[in-house]
Design a protein around this ligand. Structure first.
Ligand code: HEC
Length: 179
C-alpha cells in the first residue's frame, strides 16, 4: 500500500472522527463536573437498541461504506474519475444494496436484502433514515457529476458532492450510536 493511499485512509478516519467529536454537544462550563473533566465529554448521542442480526448487518454495511470511500479517494488520486464514479454508484448510491433500508419503497428484488431492509426500516428513527438517504443521494450525485467531468467538465462539483457524502456520515455519527 502506497503512502498516498495510507494518507487518504488516515485523513478519512480523521474527518469522520472529527465530525463525531464536533457533533457531541459541548456542555456549558458550569455543567462540567469533576468526573467529566477528568474523562471525556458526556456522550449525548441517541442510543439505539437494534436486534443483534440487524446491528451486525448495519455495522458490516458501515465498514463497507468506509472501504468504498477509501477506494473512491484512491481512484481520484490517480485520476481515475470513471472508476471513482462507478464505486460510488454501485456501493454507496441510492441503487446500491446497502441503501435499501434508507430508500423508501426501494424495489430490491433480492429477498435477504429486502427482509433486512424492512427490519431496518422498522427500527431506524425517521430522522436517521433521512440522514442515510441524504448520504446515498449525495453518492449518486457524485457519480453523475463524476461522469460529467469525464466529458470535459470541472471536477469540483463532483468533489463537492463527495464532501456532502462524508458530511452525512459525520452528521449521523454525531447523532446516533448502537447498544
Ligand atoms: C444514517 C446514519 C449513518 C450514516 C449516514 C452513516 N453511518 Fe456509519 N454508523 C452509524 C452508527 C449509528 C454507527 C454505530 C456507532 C456507535 O455505536 O458508536 C456507525 C458505525 C460506523 C462504523 C464502525 C463500524 C464497526 O464495525 O463498528 C464505520 C466504519 C462507519 N460507520 C462508517 C461510515 C461511513 C464511511 C459513512 C458514510 C459514507 C457512514 N458510516 C454513514 C450510522 C451512520
Amino acid at each position: 500500500m502506497s503512502m498516498k493511499f495510507k494518507f487518504a485512509g488516515a485523513a478519512l478516519v480523521a474527518v469522520l472522527g472529527l465530525g463525531a467529536m464536533l457533533g457531541a454537544a459541548a456542555p456549558a462550563a458550569g455543567q462540567m463536573d469533576h468526573m467529566s473533566m477528568m474523562s471525556h465529554a458526556p456522550d449525548t448521542r441517541k442510543l439505539l437498541d437494534f436486534p443483534a442480526p440487524m446491528r451486525e448487518h448495519m455495522l458490516s454495511n458501515m465498514r463497507g461504506h468506509l472501504q468504498a470511500l477509501n477506494e473512491i479517494l484512491a481512484a481520484l488520486s490517480i485520476g481515475d474519475v470513471a472508476k471513482a464514479g462507478k464505486i460510488a454508484e454501485t456501493r454507496l448510491g441510492v441503487e446500491s444494496p446497502g441503501a435499501a433500508a434508507c430508500v423508501p419503497n426501494s424495489g430490491t428484488t433480492d429477498h435477504s436484502t429486502h427482509d433486512m431492509a424492512a427490519m431496518m426500516a422498522k427500527f431506524m428513527p425517521e430522522d436517521m433514515r433521512a440522514l442515510g438517504l441524504t448520504m446515498h443521494e449525495s453518492a449518486s450525485e457524485f457519480a453523475r457529476e463524476a461522469a460529467k467531468s469525464q466529458t470535459g467538465g470541472d471536477l469540483k462539483p463532483a468533489l463537492a458532492a463527495l464532501a456532502r457524502v462524508t458530511q452525512s456520515c459525520a452528521a449521523c455519527h454525531a447523532e446516533y450510536r448502537l447498544k
